[in-house]
Design a protein around this ligand. Structure first.
Ligand code: SF4
Ligand code: MG
Length: 314
């Protein structure tokens, strides 16, 4: 993903554009096959919008998303339809992907039908098989979503996403709505499924502990920008960006030898309508200098695989 931008226009009552919400503003990252890239950040930082534009659930304002040599953002018609099969999404709230009026078996078969996969009998067999794989009994096939718990609905949502044999699944806060006791079950299932289906995940979450468990690499987002990205262990051992340092200081470390103090970030996240000049984090950064207020730091590779945008390390 290169220089991804998604600006939402703000219109006056006369439909004149009077400004933009810069939901995603120049995000870049690589997503490696069979790996998991975690995207973390507080709500409103642009994580979900990033995921949704890559799937073309919304159109990007600018940028490229190169997948197997083709720019997803430029695809149309048949080509886009074809690629949609390979990129699926699992949502935080499976209500939004499961039609309450549709039996879950039909919900799982639907994407196969849309993509013309197999006969009706094939589709039914595959749906039953997928249900078993996500831990739902076959005899639940004709039941409706409301007859299941949140965790079970998330399993069904996953079965539906798997139905078309995708390569990449964008998981948007897949366990955030679940009880903590259920979260780990769904996380284990996601890992198992990744292994068995050779999947690549873009794993979006505000929960650093969950992302740490799941991800091979982690990208930290703040106000529409990716401020730091590194392999998971590297990020946790050597967080460099002041925002990452503050986020990590708030969660318990498994290594008690590392002494840490909780870093409190002052103030609220500024509005994405008029994001701060220079470095987007400058209004809250404990290390802010005059330069930070004027000049937007560019992303640099600090050590192999560890990317960062902050003037402190120049
Ligand atoms: Fe803080 Fe400046 Fe680095 Fe931004 S560029 S994170 S304001 S030190
Ligand atoms: Mg979100």
């Amino acid at each position: 993903v290169k220089n991804l931008k998604k600006y939402f226009p703000i219109t006056s009552p006369f439909s004149r554009t009077i400004g933009h919400v810069k939901a995603v503003d120049g995000v870049e990252f690589d997503l490696y096959e069979k790996e998991t890239l975690g995207l973390v950040g507080e709500s409103g930082c642009g994580k979900s919008t990033t995921g949704r534009t890559i799937l073309r659930l919304m159109e990007p304002t600018e940028g490229e998303a190169i997948y197997r040599g083709k720019d997803i953002f430029k695809l149309k018609g048949k080509e886009l339809h074809k690629i949609r099969k390979e990129l699926q999404m699992v949502f935080q709230d499976p209500h939004s992907s499961l039609n309450p009026k549709k039996r879950i078996g039909d919900a799982i078969m639907e994407p196969m039908k849309i993509h013309n996969i197999g006969t009706k009998k094939d589709r039914m067999e595959r749906a039953l098989d997928l249900l078993l794989k996500v831990g739902i009994r076959e005899d639940q096939f004709y039941r409706y979503p409301h007859e299941f718990s949140g965790g079970q609905r998330q399993r069904i949502g996953l079965a539906r996403a798997l139905a078309v044999n995708p390569k990449i699944i964008i998981c948007d806060e897949p366990v955030s709505a679940l009880d903590v006791s259920i979260q780990s079950q769904v996380i284990n299932l996601l890992e198992e499924i990744q292994e068995n289906f050779n999947l690549t995940y873009l794993f979006i979450s505000h929960d650093l502990s969950v992302v740490r468990h799941m991800a091979d690499h982690i990208g930290v987002m703040y106000l529409g920008q990716l401020v730091e990205k590194a392999p998971t262990d590297e990020l946790f051992m050597h967080p460099l960006h002041p925002y990452t340092q503050a986020l990590l200081s708030a969660i318990p470390l498994p290594n008690p030898k590392i002494k840490k103090e909780r870093i409190i970030i002052k103030g609220d996240i500024p509005s994405p309508i008029n994001p701060p000049s220079g470095c987007v984090f400058h209004t809250r950064c404990p290390h802010v200098t005059e330069r930070c207020k004027i000049e937007r730091p560019i992303v640099k590779e600090q050590s192999p695989g560890h990317f960062l945008s902050c003037h402190l390390y120049d």
